[in-house]
Write a protein that binds this ligand. Structure first.
Ligand SMILES: Nc1ncnc2c1ncn2[C@@H]1O[C@H](COP(=O)(O)OP(=O)(O)OP(=O)(O)O)[C@@H](O)[C@H]1O
Length: 243
């Protein structure tokens, strides 16, 4: 597994992003070098847009972005060995009928033979106590198991950075704890969007976005209570409007 050199990380310099002509991120400069970083904000605040810039899925309009020395404007293929991306819905990620085929796919794309790629997949499943999954049809896995499979598939490629976009929404409590333990055990830098605020308690840093701008930036203990208080205040305002 690669070691994270935290002097690398993610660097945004005057990033501006427009989608369909609408400004989503007006001007963001930020250095993200901690190992565990949470990204929070209300719906539509720009979280998904920001992480899609990091893995090259969405181009920046102006400004400069550097991710472990790579320039994401060269596109997602260029970023694939640096950034592993785990979508909210595993059904958007999984493409093969069996677990082992899904695991082998990325490695085969990197040039490994089918046999070697599958062997790496089998080794990884064994390492995480899931050897019995290898020849199961993916459709027979639960949503939580599919989410883990997506993470395993990405880990096999040994990216330097893992991005997770709300990975907990389909998970029950025990699976959520398992996934959190797994994430904390990994050497990679992690950038995770989550509306489940308690999952960020042990993170190093939390970034709070509002309308594509930095509303808060600090430790979970500093930012999460502020965020909750802000949401409660908005709820009170909303109650007045709807009364
Ligand atoms: N495919 C798209 N095309 C055009 N505009 C989009 C697209 N996706 C999102 N947007 C707009 O970009 C802005 C930021 O959306 P984004 O999905 O980045 O927010 P988010 O913080 O991830 O929201 P959520 O928590 O609801 O997932 C919103 O105003 C949204 O309407």
């Amino acid at each position: 597994m690669p070691q994270v050199h935290c002097s690398d990380g993610i660097h945004f310099d005057h990033l501006r992003v427009e989608r369909d002509g609408v400004v989503v991120i007006p001007n963001l400069s930020l250095q993200l070098t901690e190992r565990r970083i949470g990204l929070i904000g209300h719906n539509g605040s720009g979280k998904s847009s920001l992480v899609r810039v990091v893995n090259g899925l969405l181009p920046s309009t102006t400004g400069h972005v550097e991710v472990f020395g790579e320039n994401p404007s060269q596109g997602p293929r260029h970023m694939a060995s640096t950034v592993g991306f785990i979508f909210q819905n595993p059904d958007h990620q999984v493409i093969f009928p069996t677990v082992i085929e899904e695991l082998a796919f990325g490695l085969r794309n990197q040039g490994l033979s089918r046999r070697d790629a599958e062997q790496h997949g089998l080794d990884l499943l064994a390492r995480y106590g899931r050897a019995d999954w290898a020849y199961r049809p993916v459709h027979a896995l639960s949503d939580g198991q599919k989410q883990l499979l997506c993470i395993f598939a990405v880990l096999l490629l040994e990216p330097k950075l893992l991005i997770l976009d709300e990975p907990f929404s389909a998970l029950d409590l025990p699976t959520r704890y398992q996934l959190l333990d797994l994430l904390h055990s990994l050497p990679q830098q992690i950038l995770m969007i989550s509306h489940e605020l308690d999952t960020l308690n042990d993170f190093d840093r939390v970034i709070w976005l509002e309308q594509g701008q930095l509303k808060g930036d600090g430790t979970p203990q500093e930012i999460l209570p502020e965020y909750v208080a802000h949401a409660r205040a908005q709820r009170a305002e909303w109650a007045v409007v709807t009364a």
